[in-house]
Design a protein around this ligand. Structure first.
Ligand code: ATP
Length: 338
């Protein structure tokens, strides 16, 4: 039964997932609607407990929805067990078999499916090459670095050519530099293979740098689903404005308007002294943080503390009276939370 366009890999319709029994139940996923296109690098982003992992587990078939429907490539998969879904998962702890060498780990899924040994070795070797681990086949997982283990886990999950790869915070155990390298490699790998990647992370930088689109989760709901640029440039709610990048959230009454507004720190210019005018606020410079290529200024305006980023080091001293100025187009009116 086909119920959506063929290029839709995953469709969630009004999906709810509740744990526990009333009155102590947790609604981990709360009426989520979402469509992921085939070949897309899609991230589920949100703070701890926001429901992103449960959502991924629902797609993988490790949890059953309490209500709603999950389709994979146009077919209702709500009741299918994980092994009947054309997908695979990379878990944060990699879950490699310690007694098997790298080649055996990668070829395991093929062995289970009865693929002959020569074919198995050929495909596992090709996959190891794709994750840049040629020559590591005979090592045991204990003889690898964290980053290398991560690549083995990826190769193992990709060797049987799933249509969708689910990745649950796969870079969480790596140090920052390695994580950044792996982000670039993962994206390149995904592009090269053309497989749909669904990636769970609480790291907004990670989500922004790799994804075609990102769903921002808060309290089991999607607050915004957009491209990284649209999320950053046009956050819809205060939660998204604060969680994706940093933003000043300005009450409208401070600037003669109604509602709440987001203004990115890099979109605020600083002028010397108190200068009156449209799109300007006068304040006191509270603090200056030198960050290398940028300098962050904390400025008190009325009861608010606003942040601005400057690419040149300002000449003002702490305590100086200064004026903040922005373009009208940089101001984003925020909606109430969903
Ligand atoms: P994290 O980044 O910490 O993993 P998350 O955004 O992935 O967080 P989930 O793991 O999806 O969030 O959890 C969402 C909510 O559901 C949390 O309140 C969590 O405690 C609850 N929850 C998740 N799994 C279960 C379970 N098996 N039984 C009971 N409650 C659960």
């Amino acid at each position: 039964m086909t119920n959506s366009v063929p290029n839709t890999a995953v469709k969630l319709e009004d999906v709810v997932c509740t744990f526990g029994i009333p009155p102590k139940e947790t609604r981990a996923v709360d009426h989520v609607n979402l469509e992921i296109k085939a070949g897309e690098f899609f991230s589920l982003l949100g703070p701890s407990g926001s429901g992103k992992t449960t959502c991924l587990r629902l797609i993988g078939g490790f949890e059953r929805p309490s209500a709603g429907k999950i389709s994979l490539f146009g077919t209702d998969a709500s009741r299918l067990p994980p092994y009947q879904r054309e997908l695979n998962t990379v878990f944060q702890d990699y879950a490699l078999f310690p007694h098997m060498n790298v080649l055996e780990n990668v070829g395991y899924a093929l062995m289970v499916r009865g693929v002959a040994k020569t074919e198995r070795v050929k495909r596992a070797d090709a996959m190891l090459e794709a994750v840049k681990l040629t020559g590591f086949g005979m090592r045991k997982p204990a003889q690898l670095s964290g980053g290398q283990r991560q690549r083995v886990a990826l190769a193992r999950a990709l060797v049987n050519r799933p249509k969708i790869l689910l990745l649950d915070e796969p870079l969480g155990a790596l140090d920052l530099k390695l994580r950044e390298e792996m982000q670039i490699e993962l994206k390149a790998l995904q592009r090269g293979l053309g497989i749909t990647f669904i990636f769970v992370t609480h790291d907004q930088g990670e989500a922004l740098s790799m994804s075609d689109r990102v769903a921002v989760f808060n309290n089991g709901k999607i607050e915004q689903l957009d491209s990284p640029k649209a999320l950053y440039d046009s956050p819809r709610t205060e939660f998204v404005a604060r969680f994706v990048g940093s933003a000043n959230v300005i009450p409208g009454n401070l600037i003669g308007r109604t509602g709440m507004y987001a203004l990115r720190p890099e979109n605020i210019a600083v002028l010397e002294g108190s200068q009156i005018g449209a799109n300007r606020l006068q304040g006191e410079l509270l603090d200056i943080h030198f960050l290398g290529s940028l300098t962050r200024l904390e400025v008190r305006v009325g009861n608010e503390c606003l942040t601005t980023m400057q690419s040149t080091s300002p000449t003002f001293e702490r305590g100086a009276r200064i004026t903040l100025e922005w373009q009208d187009s940089s101001l984003r009116k925020l909606e109430e939370a969903v």
